[in-house]
Structure formats: structure tokens, C-alpha cells
Design a protein around this ligand. Structure first.
Ligand code: 5GP
Length: 183
């Protein structure tokens, strides 16, 4: 759906569909250069990364494998604690693989930091991160994504896979949610 299908729900469209697709093509081009001659396993984190995974993978003019993990972060409300439980593990053995973790957004980076050490313990050849969005707090964390789509301000955003209460994931753009939706 478009932002016009949810009139008044977004205070601002942060990124249009065209901006997102254009940037993903740039990231894909860089990945093709960096991984020339090496197999790639893209690991998507459910559910938010579904759209990024689909479009990033299709922007790559080469073979890639895709696998998925679902994790849940224990925390109070919207605060992430970094304590994580695996709800769905990978089907793929990571031994000797070149892994790129595909994320929608890095906020505190706590969840991702746990995930990366978990994946590194499985004997991959390399583990890197590609995230569409990064918030300012993530800059203070140890997680260093190799590929970042956009650095965005510290506001709650929805769309393009990102939800509020399981809604707005199918919005084509990314926007900031109007307070009247959640208050
Ligand atoms: P972190 O551990 O980096 O703080 O949490 C990352 C997760 O929090 C993301 O994968 C996403 O599910 C959620 N999250 C963080 N910021 C936002 C946001 O602005 N909008 C939405 N919809 N989810 C967010």
C-alpha cells in the first residue's frame, strides 16, 4: 500500500520506494564487487527484513543463497535487552560460508550483536551485516555493518517490512508514525 492508503498516519515520508530501490541497487553493486569469486549466503532476520531481503537479493546480478532466522528479544515494551531466544534457526550449515546478515534497522544494536556472535561461533568464513536503516544509537555499539542504506534520525519508523503492532509492513515507503496512532 501507499501512504495515501493510510491518510494521517504518517507525520512524514522519510524514504520513498524509489529512494529505497535506488540505494539497494547501489549496495548490491558494492556487494558484487566485494564478493567476486565467493559464494554468498544471505541470512534474513524475520519478520522485518523480508522486504529488504527480497529486493536486495533481486538487485544482485549473480547467484546467492538465502536463509532465515527468527529471534525474539526479551525486553520491556519497546526496549531491547540484548537477551535473545532463537524461534527459528537456519537450515544451512555455516561452516566455511560467507554470510551477510540482512537487517531492516539497527537501533541499539543489542539484538544484532548477540546474533553476530552466535553466527560467528558456527565456523563461517566471514560474517558481515547489511542493514537498510541505522539509527544514531547504533553508532555507539560494537556492531559495524559493512553495508548501510540510510542513517536516519531517532524516530519510530514504519513501512517496507517495519511494523507497528504488526501493521504497516506492506507500506511501500518508510515514514515516521504519527503519535495519534500509538497514543
Ligand atoms: P535493537 O536491538 O537494534 O535495538 O532492535 C532492533 C529491532 O527493533 C529491529 O529489528 C526492529 O524490529 C525494532 N525497531 C527498532 N527501531 C524501530 C523503528 O523505528 N520502527 C520499527 N517498526 N521497529 C524498530
Amino acid at each position: 500500500m501507499e501512504h495515501t492508503d493510510v491518510p494521517g498516519d504518517l507525520t512524514e515520508t522519510l524514504l520513498t520506494e524509489q529512494q529505497i530501490q535506488g540505494r539497494l541497487r547501489e549496495l548490491a553493486a558494492q556487494i558484487e564487487i566485494d564478493y567476486a569469486g565467493r559464494d554468498i549466503l544471505l541470512v534474513g532476520v524475520l519478520k522485518g527484513a523480508v522486504m529488504v531481503m527480497a529486493d536486495l537479493a533481486r538487485s544482485l546480478d549473480r547467484h546467492v543463497e538465502m536463509d532465515w532466522m527468527a529471534i525474539s528479544s526479551y525486553g520491556s515494551g519497546t526496549t531491547s535487552s540484548g537477551v535473545v531466544r532463537i524461534l527459528k534457526d537456519l537450515d544451512t550449515d555455516l561452516t566455511g560460508r560467507h554470510v551477510i546478515v540482512v537487517e531492516d534497522i539497527i537501533d541499539t544494536g543489542l539484538t544484532l550483536s548477540w546474533l553476530i556472535s552466535n553466527l560467528r561461533s558456527r565456523g563461517p568464513a566471514s560474517v558481515e551485516i547489511a542493514t537498510l536503516l541505522r539509527k544514531p544509537d547504533a553508532l555507539q555499539m560494537r556492531v559495524e555493518p559493512k553495508y548501510v542504506g540510510f542513517d536516519i534520525p531517532d524516530a519510530f519508523v514504519v513501512g517496507y517490512g517495519l511494523d507497528f503492532d504488526e501493521r504497516y509492513r506492506n507500506l511501500r515507503c518508510i515514514g515516521t508514525l504519527s503519535p495519534h496512532v500509538y497514543s
